[in-house]
Design a protein around this ligand. Structure first.
Ligand SMILES: NC(=O)c1ccc[n+]([C@@H]2O[C@H](COP(=O)([O-])OP(=O)(O)OC[C@H]3O[C@@H](n4cnc5c(N)ncnc54)[C@H](OP(=O)(O)O)[C@@H]3O)[C@@H](O)[C@H]2O)c1
Length: 284
């Protein structure tokens, strides 16, 4: 059986929708915190198991008789995220899971600017030391985050963000999900680490250019605001300090080119071209 954690989240749900066409529903285990959120899964014959990343016993129960686990990275940050992700790896190992597939981030590292890069590095290490077979998807940022980054620029084209000329190899989340589903049903027994990216990397200046060329927003422009001014905006917005640190780390990371790498392996996993950023921008 194949278990998907975070199965009611965006990536988990999309992965299950692709898995549904590739294997019997009874072979899929959806691991969620709240079964009420996924009643449609149970009706479709998918097994729903309740577990929390903070509760190792619940994770071990969720992974009973499971051969492969898709570990969707924690939505938290800092020590909490590290503990939660270690719990999932340990529970998978304790439950006899053979193969773990993990959604990491581009350029993970103990000294990564991006806080999630530090968490993912710790988890990758735990997975590699666990003895389980592993496939690691080092995902770049989703296309779907672009509207969140550029905020009101979706209306007026004015992008304010402190990322300098840093570029991001944005990638379409459903393309990642389909590639994950392909890996989850494959019989490949080797370990692999994939950089999952779009075909090209784009700065926020480039995105302003795309708003002009693809959306006809002639006045679209990018303003590389000072980091302190951006932080002050987040404070004004009422964001908790921990989250502010996380979002600031993301901006620093982009500016330091941690998200600019590109790789074609996603198209090999999909056996078809990826969605392009132009197609995505045109559609939003
Ligand atoms: N590459 C990117 O651009 C990008 C952007 C955003 C996030 N991410 C990372 O990629 C992951 C997947 O993305 P996504 O779009 O699917 O995120 P998402 O829609 O926010 O889904 C996160 C999932 O994790 C589950 N979860 C959170 N805390 C949990 C806990 N303590 N125990 C069990 N489950 C828990 C959530 O369940 P509940 O519904 O119960 O909270 C949800 O199902 C995220 O969790 C985050 O680590 C990447």
């Amino acid at each position: 059986m194949i278990a998907i954690t975070g199965a009611n989240g965006n990536l988990g749900k999309a992965t299950i929708s692709f898995l549904f066409d590739k294997t019997a529903p009874s072979n899929i285990v959806a691991v969620v915190r709240d079964a009420a959120k996924v009643q449609d899964y149970a009706e479709a014959g998918i097994q729903v198991r309740v577990a929390d990343y903070n509760d190792p016993a619940s994770l071990r129960r969720a992974f009973e008789n499971v051969g492969k686990v898709l570990q969707i990275s924690s939505a938290g940050f800092g020590e909490t995220a590290i503990r939660e992700e270690n719990n999932v790896v340990q529970a998978a190992k304790d439950s006899g899971v053979r193969h773990i597939v993990y959604t990491s981030t581009l350029k993970p590292g103990d000294n990564a600017h991006f806080f999630a890069g530090r968490t993912c590095n710790n988890t990758e290490r735990a997975i590699k030391n666990s003895g389980m077979q592993y496939t690691i998807f080092r995902n770049s940022m989703y296309f779907e985050t672009i509207p969140l980054f550029i905020g009101s620029a979706m209306n007026d084209g004015q992008i304010y963000y402190p990322a300098g000329i840093g570029k991001v190899s944005f990638v379409f989340r459903p393309d990642i999900a389909e590639a994950l589903a392909n890996v989850l049903v494959s019989d490949n027994n080797g370990n692999a680490v994939y950089n999952i990216t779009g075909s090209d990397a784009y700065s926020f200046g480039d995105i302003a250019g795309l708003l002009r060329s693809e959306k006809g927003m002639d006045a679209a422009a990018y303003f590389d605001v000072p980091a302190d001014a951006y932080r002050a905006e987040l404070v004004k917005f009422g964001m908790p300090e921990g989250e502010i640190g996380f979002y600031m780390s993301m901006a620093h990371s982009i500016k330091a080119h941690e998200f600019s790498q590109t790789d074609d392996v996603l198209e090999q996993l999909l056996q078809r071209p990826r969605l392009t950023i132009r197609e995505f921008i045109r559609a939003i």
